[in-house]
Design a protein around this ligand. Structure first.
Ligand code: NAD
Length: 378
């Protein structure tokens, strides 16, 4: 039985997923500095042990932790867990400085434990459908992709007690794409073994940000040049007053294109070569027409309990992949190397945007990465 400890209130988003795996997993403990919050989650979900202090939970009889505390705590808490011999499922982003990313990779390698980043947008079913269509060759050679995260978080700037929350500093107190993984993650997965070679970030300056007295720009665009030469564009905007759109993606290949919905009755749609011969009459086809053939079987066969975890089973499969990686002692789909590359898009974007959009090389995050490559090169 794999025994799980949760830290941070948001970790409850994994509870239904773990419960659907009750024959191999047991949630043993919940930890939150706010004891009232921890007690409430413990009662709601029958979690036997409650801790206020994370280190105390690590000394208890658990095998793995789910870290869902503020971003600046992810790496310190992940390293403590790995040192204590626990596996880690960490909320996004992986870390808040480049140094932290090297420390995280070294700690994962030294510990031999599983580390997975819980990038749940990679588990949106439509994103899996596109992955399967790519594998079937429908898009031809990929050369452009986009991800956008448009989510005004103004109302998250104050804690319940009226104090300024961590988001004033580690999110809206930064420049560039401070929260890139929901946007780059799914698109990077479509590009498979290709990796991000360099990034450059541009911003629209401060309008709303100025009114709110924050350092973040209203909108930032980060261009990721892939090793293959392909281009991926990331837009992050957590400031503008407008309807949210946190999961807009698009993809272009030599034989086909995909666009996610942008609102007002719009839907997921694709176009493939050969659909219409006349280029003036080219039209989209709903992605839903292809679910029968390309939605992975595990989504089609998802039980009501698995679907109840959220996102048509997506939240369940994220947890299931983590549990499989631990029980089968294998690399999880979003391992520490991918987690660091996607997180570094944001960390390097800050350096780029403050240097006039200068292009910055992405380190090649991989096993036993030599010290000589743990640098930020222009
Ligand atoms: N994947 C997603 O879709 C998604 C959505 C929202 C938030 N997140 C991520 O989840 C994390 C938490 O975000 P949130 O919105 O829940 O933040 P929050 O500030 O609302 O909650 C953080 C919780 O962590 C607790 N906490 C803080 N320090 C602690 C410590 N040292 N030990 C134990 N508990 C501690 C706080 O008491 C609070 O309950 C962030 O990293 C955020 O990026 C991810």
């Amino acid at each position: 039985m794999l025994k799980i400890g949760l830290v941070g209130a948001r970790s409850k988003s994994t509870v239904l997923g773990f419960k659907a795996l009750a024959e191999k997993v047991e949630i043993k403990a919940i930890c939150d500095l706010d004891e009232e919050v921890a007690q409430k989650i413990s009662k709601e979900h029958n979690i036997p042990h409650v801790f206020r202090i994370y280190e105390d939970m690590l000394m208890s009889d658990i095998d793995a932790v789910v870290i869902a505390t503020p971003m600046q705590l992810h790496v310190p808490q992940a390293i403590l867990a790995l040192q204590a011999g626990k596996h880690v499922l960490s909320e996004v982003t992986a870390g808040v400085t480049m140094d932290e990313l090297w420390w995280l990779i070294e700690s994962v390698e030294k510990s031999g434990k599983v580390y997975m980043m819980a990038e749940n947008y990679c588990y949106i079913p439509q994103n899996f459908v596109i992955s399967e269509m790519i594998k079937a060759g429908l898009f031809g050679k990929l050369y452009f992709g986009e991800g956008e995260y448009l989510h005004c978080i103004e109302d998250m700037l104050l804690h319940r007690n009226g104090q300024a929350s961590w988001r004033n500093f580690w999110q809206l107190g930064k420049r560039g794409a401070f929260y890139p993984t929901h946007s780059i993650g799914p698109v990077a997965q479509w590009f498979g073994e290709d990796r991000i070679d360099s990034i450059a970030c541009f911003s629209s300056g401060q309008n709303r940000a100025k009114e709110l007295g924050l350092r973040q720009d209203d909108t930032s665009l980060t261009m990721c040049q892939m090793k293959s030469g392909a281009l991926v564009k990331i837009r992050v905007d957590c400031m503008s007053k407008r309807p949210h759109n946190m999961s807009y993606y698009s993809l272009q290949g030599t034989k086909g294109a995909y666009e996610a919905p942008r609102g007002l009755g719009d839907d997921h749609k694709v176009w493939f070569e050969g659909m219409q011969a006349d280029s003036d009459k080219m039209n989209w086809q709903p992605l839903a027409d292809f679910y029968d053939k390309y939605l992975p079987n595990r989504f089609k066969r998802a039980s009501e309990e698995e679907k109840s975890a959220g996102h048509w089973g997506g939240d369940f499969f994220l947890v299931a992949d983590f549990v499989d990686a631990v029980l089968e002692n294998k690399l999880p789909p979003i391992d520490v190397y991918r987690a660091c590359e996607w997180t570094a898009v944001g960390l390097l974007s800050e350096l780029s945007v403050t240097n006039g959009g200068r292009s910055i090389n992405m380190p090649n995050f991989r096993k036993n990465m030599p010290l000589s490559e743990q640098i930020i090169s222009l």
